[in-house]
Design a protein around this ligand. Structure first.
Ligand code: 13P
Ligand code: SF4
Length: 357
């Protein structure tokens, strides 16, 4: 039962004390978030993994790419544990290392590899945090960098100081929304379809490109529509619409603001007057905001419940299971990134952590 699981988790946490740190992403369900020592967006959780002090184990309540990142950044060799190994991210799976490497080979054939007069490379790879460690390693090896939804513009500026163009993967929407905010036109951001020669573009389109967008997307955020925003504005005059930048561009354009999960939380927490918020992001986070800030009216833009099904796979039963194993001295579901990949991925992650606006 839920009470029994609660008792087991609290007991194991108590025994493990500060040998254990539990990190939780904002999209985790309430029954997990209540045990987290630190809750944040992907950037904050990567930072936390790097700075947690003496813990022996980091139990990561989030998805696989986040746990991989924690393993790469953990300074003192903590074991990183993902309570359910089936908690992946369908967007991260949309770019694999072989397809990206073959796209890169085609692009090098078209652009060459010589820097221009200002010393800028023909193209710089930028991967969204929501990607495998192998892709972060690819970026580390090819002069590229990682970004999250909270620093995408800073990172693209970093990339344009070093390159004439950017190959951005896997999320086309975050790439497009960020590039648009920087004044890049739709013609300058062709989509790269890995199943077609030249990604489905002409050579001239590729030469004129500033940002090449990989064809990936988040199946939760692509559901939001401008009709939902219109509806919210009719039903709730004065509503403040905030969406995640993984939403399609027309949705981000129609919203009042767009930002990472931490941006959304901070915006709600900072509102001093009772406010109506329509939020375009994952439902567990929106429902928790609604419960925690009863002075505001907070609802999800999508009337049909939209959880991230993989985040939801972290269930208290799995948490109790991995914690009780730790109490017995057993590390279950450890995420380890192979050292060769980890060292190059770390380069790309550290470039991101150092790239401040
Ligand atoms: P944040 O970095 O905004 O927390 O986003 C992570 C994520 O997976 C959004 O879908
Ligand atoms: Fe991946 Fe979307 Fe879930 Fe975020 S919300 S973890 S991008 S599937």
């Amino acid at each position: 039962s839920a009470d029994e699981l609660d008792r087991r988790i609290r007991h194991a946490k108590g025994v493990l004390g500060d040998r254990l740190v539990i990190l939780g992403h904002h999209y985790q369900r309430d029954e997990i978030i209540r045990y987290a020592d630190f809750v944040g967006d992907s950037f904050q959780l990567a930072n936390a993994a790097q700075t947690v002090p003496s813990a022996e184990a980091i139990v990561f309540c989030g998805v696989h790419f986040m746990a991989e990142t924690a393993d790469i950044l953990a300074q003192t060799g903590q074991s990183v544990i993902l309570p359910n190994l089936a908690a992946g991210c369908s967007m991260a799976d949309m770019a694999d290392i072989d397809s990206v490497a073959s796209a890169w080979a085609e692009l090098e054939r078209i652009y060459g590899t010589e820097p221009d007069a200002q010393g800028r490379q023909p193209i710089v790879p930028v991967t969204y945090m929501n990607s495998s460690a192998a892709l972060k390693g690819f970026c580390g090896q090819h002069g590229g960098i990682v970004c999250t939804s909270s620093n995408a513009q800073t990172v693209l500026e970093w990339a344009f100081e070093r390159g004439q163009r950017v190959l951005f993967f896997p999320d086309q929407h975050l790439g497009r929304n960020t590039a648009k905010a920087m004044g890049i036109t739709p013609e300058q951001m062709p989509l790269w379809n890995p199943h077609k020669p030249l990604g489905g573009n002409t050579e001239q389109q590729l030469v004129d490109a500033r940002v090449l967008l990989w064809h990936g997307f988040c199946s939760v955020h692509k559901r939001f529509t401008t009709d939902q925003i219109d509806r919210a504005r009719i039903d709730h005059p004065g509503v403040r619409v905030i969406v995640h930048p993984e939403c399609p561009m027309p949705v981000v354009d129609a919203a009042d603001e767009a930002g990472s999960t931490d941006y959304i939380l901070t915006a709600v927490a900072a509102a001093t007057e009772p406010t109506t918020f329509a939020i375009g992001t994952e439902i567990n986070m929106v429902s928790r905001l609604a419960a925690e800030y009863p002075q505001h009216t907070i609802f999800c833009l999508d009337p049909v419940i939209c959880p991230c099904s993989t985040m939801y796979r972290i269930h208290p039963g799995y948490l109790a299971w991995v914690l009780e194993a730790l109490v017995r001295g057993e590390v279950l579901n450890q995420i380890t990134v192979e050292p060769g990949v980890a060292s190059t991925a770390k380069i790309a992650l550290e470039r991101m952590l150092a790239a401040r606006p």
